[in-house]
Design a protein around this ligand. Structure first.
Ligand SMILES: C[S@@+](CC[C@H](N)C(=O)[O-])C[C@H]1O[C@@H](n2cnc3c(N)ncnc32)[C@H](O)[C@@H]1O
Length: 628
């Protein structure tokens, strides 16, 4: 069943009439639904029973999202999770007046978790009266951009209070509710029909005791120019053009908090690693970070978002302050994540150990691995050169269309006969999937390497083929901006690495790290990172890089992408620690070297399988590194 535009209007009408309605609300809806159109009976029959069960939020919330054409960055925080976080992080004071804000409240799952908490307290104290509720709820704010969600929260509030009080009393309570439609990044107040119900339209700085937020998931590409200008002006200390919108929710929350106030943010964990989030991390560290609950590869939202929960107090951190850390990995069920947060062991680490650099939350054992590998080591950059490959600007023309048949190379053009090509500019290329541990499995892919030093007049056949794509080639960025000729590839980086006789290659993005020796001099694009060993034996280096402890180090420290992939960009590899013990030759290293050669040159008679050889190499390398 889909919700129609009319149904959305129904929500608005419903609210409009809220103050004037004398009948019981459910009767009101019933009447409305009947009056509007017959078809709504169907919706009504589904919604109303759910409304009465208080479970309609999920149901109607989803319909609303559909009706609004999936507004940018919106997912609802599961109610169980919202309830749990409110219970975990908030302790209500004795007296009313606790200033709370659900920032970017959506359909108000945190806000209602808070109302429930207040209800429990007042009931306990036998003060669940209209007067006390009003007193307590006056300072509990919900702020949300999208009008329909705001209205929906009001419907929720109506049903919630109507269970306990008369309609007249509910309307009294409504006067105190601060469910507010507002763009927190705008100086202009939004005037809508909801305005009549808004009692306090100002969100003043240094006002709140506690803010909770699950900010929208909106990356820089989807932030408008005018919004970026607003952020640049108002959040200069963290601004980079690449920030997610959530970074400004952090900064804005800190502005709105009183001194010593706290904010809890549930968001994507990438801000702990992203290069462009360095300024944000630095600003956060000027405050006291109380808790970080890192939840990688888990599923709070049913959408594979890698989440983190962070609790920050607006106060200068003491030197001795330790952050409470929890790590909940690979939990697919909300329930298991909650159990993990409650029962997995907590670690503490001095805040002073954190900086603007990547925040990596690890177990004690994992930290030991990192310490171990860094001990007596030097960065790979000191003994090797690292870089990525070429960039054509139009892979279809320079790679995908090139074929080899019976020792002759051809360029394919749709609707025409294949063009024969001069072979001297054709290179063998490899892609990510061709790289296995230790060896490259070439898959018959070729690359037309017309570069600056080549005169196109010397290659008439290639020119004829390329002429078919001239307009598209001329339109490439590097042709327009960097003076690249229409028939040249856009950029060839690290020609010296390609020219070398032997190099190590690894995929730029992968699930499991793997490094191979390339003896052929394959070319590759930016999907592969290349290492040219200069002051270390390549066979020993490749064995080290493929060793389980190094792979584990990489999995722990490399940038994590969506899904289970990690990214091995050159800058990261340049800093990879290489044990100095690999640079001084000895018996064990010679054994490793010889076994790697056996894998790479299988033409030599070898009785052991590749797997057995790899196992032997790993064992010997473990002895060299002194690990079990
Ligand atoms: C991830 S959702 C939060 C969901 C909410 N916790 C719930 O359970 O319903 C983020 C919310 O922030 C709202 N939002 C986005 N930009 C906003 C802005 N500038 N001001 C206020 N709210 C905003 C979105 O409309 C969305 O409802």
């Amino acid at each position: 069943m889909t919700i129609s535009k009319k149904s959305k209007r129904l929500l608005l009408t419903f609210l409009n009439d809220l103050n004037h309605c004398n009948d019981d609300m459910s009767i009101f809806i019933k009447e409305k639904l009947k009056i509007e159109t017959e078809n709504y009976n169907e919706i009504y029959l589904e919604i109303l029973p759910e409304c009465e069960n208080q479970n309609y939020c999920d149901f109607y919330g989803k319909l609303l999202i559909k009706e609004l054409n999936q507004p940018k960055g919106v997912v609802f925080t599961p109610q169980v999770f919202a309830d749990f976080l409110i219970d975990q992080f908030i302790e209500l004071p004795e007296q009313p007046g606790f200033k709370f804000l659900d920032l970017g409240a959506g359909i108000g799952n945190f806000y209602f978790a808070m109302i429930r908490k207040i209800q429990e307290k007042l009931e306990n104290e036998k003060r669940w009266t209209v007067k006390d509720i009003i007193l307590n709820l006056k300072t509990i704010y919900s702020v949300e951009l999208i009008e329909e969600f705001v209205i929906f929260q009001k419907i929720r509030a109506y049903f919630f209070f109507r269970k306990f009080f008369t309609q007249k009393e509910v309307f009294q309570i409504f006067e105190a509710l601060v469910i507010y439609q507002h763009d927190v990044f705008s100086e202009i107040e939004v005037t809508t029909l909801t305005k009549t119900l808004v009692s306090n339209p100002t969100l003043s700085p240094k006002f709140f005791d506690f803010i909770i937020s699950n900010p929208p998931y909106i990356g820089y590409r989807h932030i408008s120019k005018s919004q970026k200008l607003y952020f640049k002006k108002n959040f200069a200390s963290i601004y980079t053009g690449l920030n997610d919108i959530s970074y400004y929710f952090f900064a804005h929350s800190l502005k709105l908090l009183k001194k010593e106030g706290k904010v809890v943010i549930l968001t994507s964990r990438y801000f702990m690693e992203a290069r462009y989030a360095k300024l944000l991390r630095e600003i956060l560290l000027k405050n006291t970070i109380c808790t970080i609950i890192d939840i990688p590869n888990s599923n709070i939202f049913g959408k594979g978002i890698n989440s983190v929960i962070i609790e920050i107090q607006k106060s200068k951190p003491l030197r001795t302050h330790a952050i409470k850390l929890k790590l909940i990995r690979k939990q697919k069920k909300q329930h298991d994540i909650i159990v993990g947060i409650l029962h997995l062991p907590e670690r503490k680490k001095l805040q002073a150990e954190f900086s603007g650099e990547v925040w990596n939350i690890l177990t004690e054992k994992e930290e030991e691995i990192i310490k171990f590998l860094n001990l007596d080591s030097l960065p790979l950059n000191d003994i090797a050169k690292i870089g990525t490959g070429f960039h054509t600007g139009l892979d279809e023309v320079f790679i995908a269309n090139i074929e080899k048949r019976e020792e002759q190379y051809y360029g394919k053009v749709a609707g025409k006969q294949d063009y024969e090509l001069e072979s001297s500019l054709i290179k063998k290329i490899i892609k990510t999937t061709d790289i296995l541990p230790y060896i490259v499995n070439f898959n018959d892919r070729y690359f037309l390497s017309v570069y600056r030093k080549n005169k196109i007049a010397d290659y008439p056949k290639i020119r004829q083929y390329l002429e078919n794509f001239r307009q598209r080639l001329e339109n490439r960025y590097d042709c327009k901006k960097n003076g690249v000729k229409w028939y040249e590839i856009a950029q060839i980086r690290n020609q010296d690495i390609f020219d070398a006789k032997l190099k190590i290659v690894c995929p730029y993005r992968m699930v499991k790290p793997k490094f191979a020796i390339d003896l052929v001099g394959y070319y590759s694009s930016i999907d592969i990172t290349m290492i040219l060993p200069l002051k270390i034996d390549p066979y020993i280096l490749v064995a080290y890089l493929n060793h389980p402890i190094v792979k584990q180090y990489i999995l722990l420290t490399a940038k994590k992408l969506d899904g289970k992939k990690i990214e091995l960009y050159p800058e990261y590899l340049r800093n990879l620690p290489i044990k100095k013990s690999l640079l001084v030759s000895n018996e064990l290293l010679t054994q490793v070297q010889s076994n790697v050669k056996k894998i790479i040159h299988p033409e030599n008679e070898e009785s052991l399988s590749t797997f057995e050889l790899q196992t032997q190499i790993d064992r010997t390398m473990s002895k060299i590194l002194h690990v079990e």
